[in-house]
Design a protein around this ligand. Structure first.
Ligand code: NAD
Length: 496
């Protein structure tokens, strides 16, 4: 049985606090427990990180990057072990877990370029004998709060850049799947990261609230559901912190009648049902323009019937279970609601029966047709293997629906018409847009973030925005007078 606690100051700490049970979603078996930190325990971790900041912020960017180079090599060396931990606690299939690790490592690779990324700007001779320049300095102790669905990738959107910039970090993983982040903390220590620079506190609302309100936390990065993201943003901002809080999604694919249907269907299968739909960039709605809906359903159904569903540790599975019994029930309730509200359930994943996985949290792929914007399955994020098709008469109606939706995380247009694609990219009110690309997740050297109620705060995650978020800019104006001192000036200084 696992008995997980926190990782503070370079070592695992024991805790006698409240505990949360961790289950293996594929079998429903209890894996063990994780401690839920008290306010006092979180404060102790913050004190440790504050102390570590004094020296870590003075380490040269090049030497900070060298630790990350070693960390990258260690993660690659342990990729099978880390992927297994993800699959055992999250449920996603092993290859998908490795994919998540690789996307996370790309942010580490980006952060390894920190000596270049931290360079400021310099102007010589802004006035007679006066030079001006700017530098980017770390903030201090910063915190990250992660969701269950990407237990390593989302933390890796945050901490590599934060610590490369010279900050120290407190990570609060999801209580549902904390093992992989704890293992990464060990690997950071093995890579040579000084104790106290990266700390993990496990916990729930009590731990999170301490991070949001503590005077020594300078910035909070959050990824999770929209109601919590909004709470994090308003609470931490009210306590004077910098915040980026990424929330939920309802990502639409706009399918034009001229799209390459074979390409669109292949893309859609992975985008809707990969990771059992538990992705913030999953496609959960198709807006089928004109007569494209019938052809789409004819092409999708055989593929849905061939999906290989089972324990993610078994090779060649397409889809694993949902994360928990409660989440499974929530998704099933949405499917029931869709039927009651009058949508046509053309593939009913509720009938799935896996002989050897009776206790796992499995749901087969569900496909709804004739979904309308008034239905709850259209309006709300389901976060499961449930795809809705909405029939629309033309492109304009589809664009209007996307732009009216509460969420604006990701979207994609499938078409062979360059003009329509260009118009879509320009006018759609969504933060991440794909053209014949179903899940347009920006690469590590760009920034990731949605619009509307999918993100609270001005800066996106990783890439250039990540460096901006984790640094504060200082502008220096300097004169070295030769012998004489300058006169006092009582008017706004202008350079001569
Ligand atoms: P969640 O909001 O339930 O939990 C996220 C984190 O917040 C966890 O660490 C949790 O412990 C903490 N938390 C939960 N309730 C809290 C409370 N009342 N007070 C303080 N902290 C609290 O989200 P989840 O179920 O773990 O993850 C799924 C959600 O995350 C989905 O909505 C998904 O769209 C979203 N998500 C968004 C992105 C994105 O980039 N926009 C990426 C991944 C996941």
């Amino acid at each position: 049985m696992l008995n997980l606690s926190h990782y503070i100051n370079g070592q695992h700490t024991q805790s006698s606090q409240r505990q949360h049970a961790i289950y293996e979603p594929a079998t429903g078996e209890l894996r063990g427990h994780v401690s839920l930190a008290s306010e006092n325990e979180v404060s102790q971790a913050i004190d440790v990180a504050k102390e570590a900041f004094k020296t870590w912020s003075q380490v040269t960017p090049l030497n900070r990057a060298r630790v990350l180079f070693k960390f990258k090599a260690l993660v690659e060396q342990h990729i099978d072990e880390l992927a297994q931990l993800i699959t055992q606690e999250h449920g996603k299939v092993l290859e998908d877990a490795k994919g998540e690790l690789i996307r996370g490592l790309e942010v580490v690779e980006f952060a390894c370029g920190i000596p270049h990324l931290l360079k400021g700007e310099h102007t010589q001779q802004v006035g007679g004998g006066v030079d001006a320049w700017s530098v980017n300095q770390p903030l201090g102790v910063v915190a990250g709060i992660a969701p269950f669905n990407f237990p390593v990738m989302v933390p890796m959107w945050m901490f590599p850049i934060a610590i490369a910039c010279g900050n120290t970090f407190i990570m609060k993983p999801s209580e549902k799947d904390p093992s992989s982040v704890l293992r990464m903390a060990e690997l950071l220590t093995e890579a040579g990261l000084p104790d106290g620079v990266f700390n993990v506190v496990n916990g729930d609302k009590e731990a999170v609230d301490t991070l949001l309100t503590h005077a020594d936390i300078q910035a909070v990065s959050f990824v999770g559901s929209t109601p919590i993201a909004e709470y994090i943003y308003s609470t931490a901002s009210a306590h004077g912190k910098r915040v980026q809080a990424l929330g939920g999604a309802k990502n639409h694919m706009l399918l034009m009648p001229d799209a390459d249907l074979d390409q669109a269907v292949k893309a859609l299968m992975g985008a809707a049902y990969g990771s059992a739909g538990e992705r913030c960039m999953a496609i959960s709605v198709v807006l089928a323009v004109g007569d494209s809906g019938d052809k789409l359903i004819d092409a999708l159904l055989p593929q849905i019937n061939q999906l290989k569903i089972g324990n993610g540790l078994t090779p060649d599975m397409d889809m694993g279970p949902l994360v928990s019994a409660q989440h499974l029930q929530k998704v099933r309730d949405f499917v029931d609601a869709g039927v009651t509200e009058g949508a046509t359930l053309v593939a009913d994943g509720r009938t799935l029966s896996l002989k050897d996985q009776q206790q796992g949290y499995f749901l087969g792929a569900c496909l709804f047709d004739h979904v309308t914007p008034e239905m709850s399955i259209y309006q709300q994020e389901i976060f499961g293997p449930v795809l809705s098709i909405v029939r629309v008469k033309d492109y304009a109606e589809a664009l209007e629906l996307i732009n009216k939706h509460e969420f604006g995380n990701g979207t994609a247009i499938f078409t062979q018409n360059g003009e329509a694609a260009r118009h879509f990219c320009h006018h759609v009110e969504v933060g991440m847009v794909g053209v014949n690309v179903p899940i347009p997740v920006p690469m590590a050297f760009h920034s990731f973030g949605g619009w509307k109620r999918s993100l609270f705060g001005p800066l996106h995650m990783h890439g250039p925005d990540g460096v901006r978020f984790y640094t504060k800019r200082k502008a220096i104006t300097a004169r070295w007078p030769k012998g004489t001192s300058t006169e006092s000036a009582f008017i706004m200084p202008t350079m001569k």
